[in-house]
Design a protein. Structure first.
Length: 203
């Protein structure tokens, strides 16, 4: 019998990312479900000052409301020339939550006169796992790179079309899902949770 684990997200791409990482690690016996698969509950607003605070709050809410182990992530992009912003404000940088096109356009405008050598950035993902009555784990993954001068590629989501991973010349939106999983900030963070997720199948 599979152990159900809630991922506190309605983003199908995030759910599938964790499913792929579990499969690649050979971890069976876990059924990943999203917020659309469980009864609705009040989700606290993301008011934390750090990725860690937001991820842990979301995971605690999900575990408490459903009784399921809950994984939550808070992620965003930290741009060197903007002193680490948008950071925790990444999803609503342009004012509307989740408007990827507007967020990308605003970021490009803000970096309009910034030379290539100063366009460094990191994608950051903090993932929390909360097991009801048990474990709380928070891990962080970073993916260094730079901000390009125009969107390229139609894969991924968020700032992927602008983000050029370090050492490459294509954007995150031009990588295949498998290529992205292997190096992305969320992939790096989720991989750190694998031992704890594997342990759930033994309890």
């Amino acid at each position: 019998m599979s152990r159900r684990v809630l991922v506190a997200s309605r983003n199908a791409k995030k759910l599938n990312e964790l499913r792929r990482i579990l499969a690649d690690a050979g971890i069976a016996g876990i059924e990943i479900v999203g917020l659309g698969d469980v009864p609705a509950y009040d989700e606290a607003p993301e008011t934390g000052a750090t990725f860690e605070e937001n991820a842990l709050a979301k995971a605690r809410d999900g575990a408490a409301a459903t009784g399921l182990p809950c994984v939550a992530d808070d992620s965003g992009i930290a741009v060197d020339a903007l002193n680490g912003m948008p950071g925790v404000l990444s999803a609503r940088w342009s004012g509307m939550h989740g408007d990827d096109a507007a967020n990308n356009a605003l970021l490009l405008a803000q970096l309009g006169d910034v030379p290539d050598e100063r366009r460094g950035a990191q994608f950051v993902s903090t993932c929390a796992l909360v097991v009801p009555g048990g474990t709380e784990i928070v891990v962080r993954g970073e993916w260094p790179g730079a901000i390009g001068r125009k969107p390229m590629g139609d894969g991924g989501f968020g700032y992927d079309p602008l983000f050029i991973p370090a050492g490459g010349d294509i954007t995150a939106a031009q990588l295949t899902p498998a290529e992205k999983d292997a190096v992305s900030h969320r992939g790096r963070a989720l991989t750190q949770l694998l031992p704890a997720l594997a342990a759930l199948t033994e309890s």
